[in-house]
Design a binder for this molecule. Structure first.
Ligand code: F6R
Length: 608
């Protein structure tokens, strides 16, 4: 995720900004830049790649000045190039701005400004915002920033400086974290406390819709109507390492808890409520072209392959489109039947997985149309496919994939919605689907609020060496994902099975020592899975069930249950997987495993 740092005080700003950015490196980024203001103007330096590249660029010629802003960018609009890196400037190059988040109406503002003669150098929404502030500037940066922010939709944390006001730094937030550091005669802003800690522990937490103006005398907090707000100064108690993980013990847990936000970011800007459909313009296909394919092939590895299986259920059920889901490693060495009438969708968090990349290349070479659902902007898969959509889940640091999975399923739901509306779904069904999608972030939060219950359930796994995960319908891939999560971080052997398939073999494994996790929300196959639970119980198996709120029937049968809110059947995986992620996390922690870096695994598998 992007990082923001800003400084006003007596010390040279440039080195201080670079050091602050270094503290935020752990968040993941792909380019960096700084802007320093002095009496003569604003000097900007930026570079693609690691911070060391920016440091090399400015070595021996650090811009002079004691006020400035710095940014590490994790690309969301446009590739990670130095042109797209922040800071961005306004039309006259007098105002410099850095930004975290996504400005949803940037396209419309850009068009408006272009009509007024503005030209843009980058592909970013941030440059549009810088131009907007510049176009409203009449000698007061605070007023211009407030006026610009009143016109934008979306999420932001920003910091802005102007060559015409060399003593002023303005910052604001909505939906993206920003804190003010109060030092001794010097002031800071940062998106992350880790960037401030070596200078001060006194901070002000800005809330959404608030703006801070820093100058050499101090700071003032305002709302977007420039009305005064009084804020308390807090003391940070955490150490650096804890802060980098946002106070969580592990990145994996942090990323599990980020899902209300990461999922909202995946959906942001794509849903057309009135028309009951999804936009997903990045796929570069008209509705007719999209509906014109004979079939869809989804290819991916690991967790991403599991989300692909869920996509198969959604696309076939709602869009009536034939789908096959292939392990990328198998697809690339078969002689796959794909041609121009096949849409091949590659799913990859990293966008660098060698097997998925090779499978997509093979498909493209055979004339198929390729799409990518990718989290890392500018990654190889994102660059090579003919269209697609970014997940916007934010960087995933924990090796076990969690938030990328729910975002992948959400992205598949968006494509399904668009295709289904063109082929078979009514506008009313489309609206109902959108309503259900919009409810998911809050529903995930309700599950996370009960994380302690999952921690209790995890004790049932003490001393266990094997486990079975069962699900039916669209929750069968969730059973696979739950089993994968458990084995990769806790090293307990776990198998995922379609619940009804159990009687064809795995039932032989069931005895009193075998925990069986059953994903059994109240859906179309509920009665069937109740019978499967009875089969396990009859053999002495210990059932831990994931059920819907208020499901007394399963509660009576299972040894332990965890309930999730109700949603449309096809969207339940986005909810039912959350307790399973938490469950594997707590089991692994109890076993003393290295959760964020499990043995033998790599975050990005760039070899065959
Ligand atoms: C499991 C996991 C892996 C990845 C797989 C594909 O937690 O992280 O199974 O899902 O290696 O990686 P991407 O999605 O980056 O292509």
């Amino acid at each position: 995720m992007c990082g923001i740092i800003g400084y006003v005080g007596p010390r040279p700003a440039a080195q201080l900004l670079l050091d602050g950015l270094k503290r935020m490196e752990y968040r993941g980024y792909d380019s960096a830049g700084i802007a320093v203001v002095n009496g003569t103007g604003v000097t900007i330096e930026k570079a693609a790649g690691k911070l060391s590249q920016l440091e090399e660029l400015v070595q021996g010629r650090l811009p002079k000045g004691t006020l400035g802003i710095g940014h590490t960018r994790w690309a969301t609009h446009g590739a990670p190039t130095s042109t797209n890196a922040h800071p961005h400037t306004d039309l006259l190059g007098r105002i410099a701005l850095i930004h975290n988040g996504i400005i949803e109406n940037a396209g419309a503002i850009r068009t408006l400004l272009e009509k007024r003669g503005h030209t843009f150098r980058s592909e970013t929404d941030t440059e549009v915002l810088a131009h907007l502030v510049g176009s409203l500037y009449q000698g007061d940066l605070e007023e211009a920033v407030a006026a610009a922010l009143r016109e934008v939709d979306g999420a932001y944390g920003i910091a802005v400086v102007s060559a015409d006001e060399p003593d002023v730094l303005v910052a604001a937030r909505k939906g993206s974290p920003l804190i003010v550091g109060v030092g001794d005669g010097e002031w800071f802003v940062a998106s992350d406390a880790s960037a401030l800690l070596e200078h001060t522990r006194s901070v002000i937490y800005l809330d959404d819709g608030e703006m801070v103006v820093l100058n050499r005398q101090g700071y003032r907090v305002r709302d977007l109507q420039v009305r005064r707000i009084t804020k308390a100064v807090n003391q940070i108690e955490w150490d650096l390492e804890t802060i980098e993980r946002g106070g969580y013990e592990h990145f994996m847990l942090k990323e599990i808890f980020e899902q209300p936000e990461s999922l909202a970011n995946t959906l942001r800007g794509h849903l057309l409520d009135e028309e009951g459909t999804a936009r997903v313009t990045g796929i570069n296909l008209s509705d007719d072209e999209l509906a014109g394919f004979d079939r869809v092939v989804i290819t991916a590895c690991g967790t991403s392959w599991h989300s692909g299986l869920i996509g198969e259920y959604m696309l076939e059920e709602l869009a009536r489109m034939p789908v096959e889901v292939e392990y990328a490693s198998e697809f690339r060495y078969r002689n796959p039947v794909v041609d121009a009438a096949t849409l091949v969708i590659g799913i990859s968090q990293s966008g660098e997985t060698a097997d998925t990349l090779a499978a997509l290349r093979e498909a493209k070479q055979r004339g198929a149309r390729t799409l990518g659902l990718v989290n890392v902007v500018g990654s190889t898969i994102a660059r090579e496919v003919q269209g697609g959509t970014y997940l916007h889940a934010g960087p995933e640091v924990g090796v076990a994939s969690t938030k990328a999975f729910t975002s992948q399923v959400a992205a598949l739901a968006l494509i399904t919605l668009r295709l289904a509306r063109r082929r078979s779904m009514s506008i009313l069904q489309g609206r109902q689907f959108i309503q259900a999608l919009r409810a998911l972030p809050d529903q995930i939060q309700r599950i996370l609020d009960k994380a302690d219950e999952v921690r209790q359930l995890a004790t049932l796994f003490e001393g266990k060496r094997n486990a079975l995960y069962l699900g039916r319908g669209v929750n069968f891939p969730v059973a696979l994902e739950g089993a994968l999560k458990l084995k990769e971080i806790s090293y307990i052997h776990a198998e995922g099975y379609p619940a009804a398939e159990m009687k064809h073999g795995p039932i032989a494994l069931i005895d009193e020592s075998m925990p069986v996790v059953v994903i059994a929300p109240r859906d179309a196959v509920h009665a069937k899975i109740v019978s499967n639970i009875e089969e396990v119980r009859a053999r002495g198996g210990r059932v831990i069930a994931i059920t819907s709120d208020g499901d007394g029937e399963i509660a009576r049968l299972a040894e332990a249950t965890f309930t999730i809110p109700e949603t449309l059947d096809l969207l339940t995986p986005i909810l039912s997987v959350i307790p399973l992620q938490l469950f594997s996390y707590y089991v692994a922690v109890a076993r003393g495993c290295n959760v964020d870096q499990p043995r033998n695994l790599a975050k990005s598998v760039t070899v065959e």
